[in-house]
Design a protein around this ligand. Structure first.
Ligand SMILES: C[C@@]1(CC(=O)O)C2=NC(=C\c3[nH]c(c(CCC(=O)O)c3CC(=O)O)Cc3[nH]c(c(CC(=O)O)c3CCC(=O)O)/C=C3\N/C(=C\2)[C@@H](CCC(=O)O)[C@]3(C)CC(=O)O)/[C@H]1CCC(=O)O
Ligand SMILES: NC(=O)c1ccc[n+]([C@@H]2O[C@H](COP(=O)([O-])OP(=O)(O)OC[C@H]3O[C@@H](n4cnc5c(N)ncnc54)[C@H](O)[C@@H]3O)[C@@H](O)[C@H]2O)c1
Length: 196
């Protein structure tokens, strides 16, 4: 199998993220995380920080900037790490230490070392679609996100909310509920039936 990635959806308000490097990529990744979960717990360790990151830290009490060189102890209590310094050897060291501490790591300049990739994300209320190109072209992932963001109607979130209410009201055993939900949502995959 060429593409071995298995997408999952992290609840970042209950995990602790360490970002090493406060430059362009540290900023990009921190922004991506915060756009999905404003309550993400993020610590950023770096020798210096872009002013945009300082603004973010002022705005989000859950984002902490720590001005110092990376050291192994920074990994303590962390669940996910993003190594985003401009020093490839240091990024490798962060990877080694993270592996030793059993913390999942993304090394921004070395896809082969990544335990996970960040996806390009379509957001429509409760609906989220994460796109990956298996690391082949993040730009194509970004473009596809823009296409889907436009193509999916904003009203889809209302459908989700209504289905959620119906889901709670349905009676019967699990199989019966699945059958009823499939019947109600049939129209979403076979709209031509409407015309008949
Ligand atoms: C999706 C997105 C999520 C995010 O970051 O939030 C993301 N990169 C985004 C943008 C982007 N990144 C780059 C460009 C420049 C043009 C280009 O190269 O295409 C652009 C486009 C732009 O900025 O416009 C350069 C780049 N990226 C990586 C490398 C290293 C390498 O490949 O060796 C280099 C070369 C560095 C260099 O040359 O020095 C690596 C990764 N980037 C990934 C994710 C992971 C794979 C995702 C997948 O499977 O598709 C992976 C493997 C690891 C990771 O970072 O998690 C985000 C879109 C956000 C959005 O939706 O708007
Ligand atoms: N994954 C992606 O999406 C992607 C996209 C573009 C570039 N990259 C790669 O990401 C890397 C970082 O790029 P950038 O533009 O953010 O670089 P940058 O120069 O803007 O920032 C690097 C940061 O690392 C910090 N740093 C350096 N040594 C440190 C140390 N010992 N301890 C703690 N912090 C330290 C610096 O203080 C600086 O804030 C590059 O190697 C680049 O190739 C990845």
């Amino acid at each position: 199998m060429e593409n071995q990635l298995f997408p999952v959806f992290f609840k970042l308000n209950r995990l602790r993220v360490l970002v090493v490097g406060g430059g362009n990529i540290g900023l990009e990744k921190a922004n991506a995380i915060l756009q999905n979960c404003a309550e993400s717990n993020i610590s950023i360790v770096s020798l210096d920080f872009l002013p945009e990151l300082e603004d973010i830290a002022r705005h989000y009490p859950n984002v902490e900037l720590i001005r110092k060189p990376f050291s192994c102890g920074d990994l303590l209590g962390k669940d996910l790490v993003i190594a985003a310094t401009n020093d490839k050897t240091l990024n490798y060291t962060v990877w080694e230490k993270a592996k030793g501490a059993k913390v999942l790591i993304n090394v921004a300049d070395t896809p082969e070392l990544c335990d996970f990739y960040l996806g390009s994300i379509v957001q429509k209320g409760n609906l989220k679609i994460a796109i990956s190109t298996n690391g082949k072209s993040p730009t194509v992932a970004k473009r596809l996100k823009q296409v889907l963001q436009e193509a999916i109607p904003d009203t889809l979130d209302e459908v989700l909310q209504k289905l959620h209410i119906i889901r709670d009201k349905l009676k019967g055993d699990f199989a019966a509920k699945v059958k009823q939900l499939n019947n109600i949502t049939d129209v979403l995959v076979k709209p031509e039936k409407e015309d008949a």
